[in-house]
Design a protein around this ligand. Structure first.
Ligand SMILES: Cc1cc2nc3c(=O)[nH]c(=O)nc-3n(C[C@H](O)[C@H](O)[C@H](O)COP(=O)(O)O)c2cc1C
Length: 177
């Protein structure tokens, strides 16, 4: 199963990027992950949606070639970061030709504290549902990074949750392909 992972942070030391590296080994063995660096994508303008920049063409190709998309997002002021919304908007256009339509999707998110990007995750699931992605709403993990990653190592109890989460995602993809 080809899983495109889109991380909603472009920070070098992103905890959401780190989280992805920590949980990747917990996924089913038939998950083949790829990522796309959304920092390459310029600001969206409707002037260019018919002939988009190369980075957007590549992004759309990668979405099309994937069986499902895993989003891992930070929370900025209770919303998703603008860079993530920008990337999602590009791939949703032109109208009627969105790259997201019909793709199974799952959402994760981490904060340094107990909110665990809850607000951003809820909002992102609504957005992806609007785009007619097949969104897995449950199980959900709002991840408190400071509490459960110590010295760069994921606590064992959290590892079990992520393994279960990935198994549910696999079932979700199988049901919705
Ligand atoms: C502009 C801004 C707004 C933020 N708002 C929230 C917030 O609403 N909820 C939250 O849990 N953390 C918030 N944070 C803290 C982020 O969770 C924290 O910076 C986190 O490390 C960002 O994810 P990243 O490391 O993957 O980039 C905010 C940070 C910034 C820079």
């Amino acid at each position: 199963m080809k899983i495109l992972t889109v991380i909603g942070s472009i920070s070098k030391n992103s905890i959401n990027k780190n989280l992805f590296e920590l949980i990747k080994p917990l996924a089913p063995s038939d998950f083949e992950f790829s990522t796309f660096d959304i920092s390459q994508i310029p600001y969206f303008s409707q002037d260019s949606e018919v002939n988009p920049p190369e980075a957007v063409v590549n992004f759309r190709k990668q979405i099309a070639g994937s069986d499902a998309v895993l989003f891992i997002t930070p929370e900025y002021n209770r919303f998703i970061p603008g860079v993530l919304k920008n990337a999602i908007d590009w791939a949703s256009r032109p109208y009627g030709k969105g790259a997201w339509v019909g793709k199974p999707a799952a959402v994760l998110g981490a904060s340094p504290g107990p909110i665990g990007a809850f607000g951003a995750q809820m909002q992102l699931k609504e957005l992806l549902s609007f785009l007619n992605m097949k969104v897995m709403w449950q199980p959900e993990i709002c991840f408190n990074y400071s509490a459960y990653v110590k010295d760069g190592v994921l606590e064992e109890s959290s590892g079990k949750y992520f393994a279960k989460y990935f198994n549910s995602f696999k079932e979700h993809i199988e049901k919705n392909k």
